[in-house]
Design a protein. Structure first.
Length: 64
């Protein structure tokens, strides 16, 4: 389910791989920060429902 969630041992937190590699501009006032430039330690389900995450994931899948 969370196939884009990766843990950084050096920073001790989670990041969303597709949103780090393929960042999107702000969408309807929502600018990604958590899981991209700021580590996240808990709730990931909310992040994957944002349009910017879905767009980043689609770009990453097209990149393969």
């Amino acid at each position: 389910m969370y196939d884009t969630l990766y843990y950084s041992k050096s920073i001790h937190g989670f990041f969303c791989l597709c949103c780090v590699l393929f960042p999107m501009p702000a969408h309807q006032g929502q600018r990604a920060k958590l899981l991209i430039s700021t580590r996240y330690r808990t709730y990931f389900a909310k992040h994957i429902n944002h349009q910017y995450h879905r767009d980043s994931k689609a770009k990453m899948e097209d990149f393969h």
